[in-house]
Design a protein around this ligand. Structure first.
Ligand SMILES: Cc1cc2nc3c(=O)[nH]c(=O)nc-3n(C[C@H](O)[C@H](O)[C@H](O)COP(=O)(O)OP(=O)(O)OC[C@H]3O[C@@H](n4cnc5c(N)ncnc54)[C@H](O)[C@@H]3O)c2cc1C
Ligand code: SF4
Length: 338
């Protein structure tokens, strides 16, 4: 491991100040991603700023009827928070579908948003990777690309964002609160993560020198008709091949509002306003769900080893929407709809 300086931040202003003083520094929260990357010499910070003592560990009500989740709330604490379980069960489900109990005990809300891709070539410093070393090439495009993107990829990078929690946050239209040297700002979740384009080294629109302080949940939690469906190679401790977070509002059998976001398919949690418009005002049935899936996947492109994900995504969308419409967020109904 490469030597680095270790420091603790005493408050948010101190954290921002310390980061501004050293552009090669990194914050550490749970350390479940950063420390692995440092061991592999993919991340090489000269200074690690421990933010674990900052007062960002509360889940609090907001004036507009939502919740503000501090950036240091652990994934386990968030998933088991009674307000999250009651009002945002899709978020609790998504978190519990990720990693392992031990990892969720350490992983923080802010760190989860900023975890890096699980593309094998990104972790292998012997291989070309535009995300790790801009301009070096992308080993995945002609390599083993089973886990990679089918939507929104570029000639420079076909990686996916690996988070489960972020898929639910995208569907819920959360907001990300950040603080930097020039003050505080709020970023809509849809604008937080980026597509790779020709700058795949940038995962998000967080500016250098900014810290995430909180994630804000709006009042609408879709607590009745929701689901988080995750398909992966093992039943636990595996990243999504495809995942879907759904929230529906129904009047009788008619969908008055429908949202769905996909994980495991793109460089960011993937939503499509046209696919959601295809749900609005329609009967909650298999024909409607298949049409919405078709709209979302119309530009999907597979590579040598992952073309199967296009049909898998279609099936997952239909199944997840069906489960949500039936008010059965788990998979009991799957045999009837596949
Ligand atoms: C074996 C394994 C399996 C996993 N499986 C899954 C899975 O199935 N689904 C899933 O979603 N995740 C999975 N994870 C990922 C895990 O959820 C993330 O590693 C975790 O959420 C990162 O949070 P952390 O607090 O540990 O981040 P850290 O490792 O501490 O930090 C990650 C990055 O975020 C930055 N950072 C942290 N907090 C802040 C902040 N407040 N402001 C600005 N920058 C910040 C750090 O500088 C660093 O760059 C898995 C991880 C492992 C190791
Ligand atoms: S897909 Fe992206 S992260 Fe993976 S090798 Fe290519 S450039 Fe690197």
């Amino acid at each position: 491991m490469i030597n680095f300086e270790y420091a603790r931040a005493s408050d948010v202003a101190d954290a921002v100040r310390q980061l501004a003083g050293n552009p090669a520094a990194k914050f550490v929260a749970g350390g479940t991603n950063l420390i692995d990357l440092m061991k592999m010499e993919v991340e090489r910070p000269t200074k690690v700023i421990d933010i674990n003592r900052l007062p960002l560990k509360q889940v609090e009500a907001t004036a507009v009827g939502g919740l503000r989740v501090g950036a240091l709330v652990r994934n386990t604490d968030l998933a088991y928070d009674p307000l999250i379980e009651q009002r945002y069960p899709v978020l609790a489900s998504a978190i519990m579908a990720g990693a392992s109990q031990q990892l969720r005990n350490m992983a923080s809300t802010g760190g989860n948003l900023l975890q890096r891709t699980r593309c094998h070539y990104f972790y292998d410093t012997a291989m070309p990777c535009n995300k790790r070393e801009p301009g070096s090439g992308c080993a995945a495009i002609t390599g083993h690309n089973r886990m990679h993107a089918i939507l929104g990829a570029s000639e420079a990078c076909i990686a996916t964002h690996p988070s489960d929690m972020c898929v639910a946050l995208a569907m819920l239209e959360a907001k990300v609160h950040v603080t930097g040297a020039s003050g505080e700002r709020v970023i809509a979740f849809a604008d937080f993560h980026r597509l790779p384009g020709d700058t795949p080294q940038r995962d998000t629109n967080l500016d250098a020198g900014e810290i995430i302080t909180a994630v804000e949940l709006p009042p609408q939690g879709f607590a009745t008709n929701y689901t988080y469906l995750k398909v992966r190679d093992r039943l636990s401790y595996a990243f999504a091949l495809v995942s879907v977070a759904v929230g529906l509002e129904l009047k009788g059998d008619t969908i008055t509002q429908g949202r769905f976001a996909l994980g495991g398919v793109a460089h960011k949690p993937w939503r499509d306003p046209n696919a959601e418009a295809a749900l609005r005002g329609q009967p909650a049935n298999a024909t409607t769900f298949a049409r919405a899936a078709q709209v979302l996947l119309k530009d999907a492109r597979g590579y040598e080893h992952n073309a199967f994900k296009i049909d898998l995504a279609r099936r997952c969308i239909v199944r997840a929407l069906t489960q949500a419409a039936r008010g059965m967020p788990q998979s009991q109904s799957s045999k009837k709809i596949m």
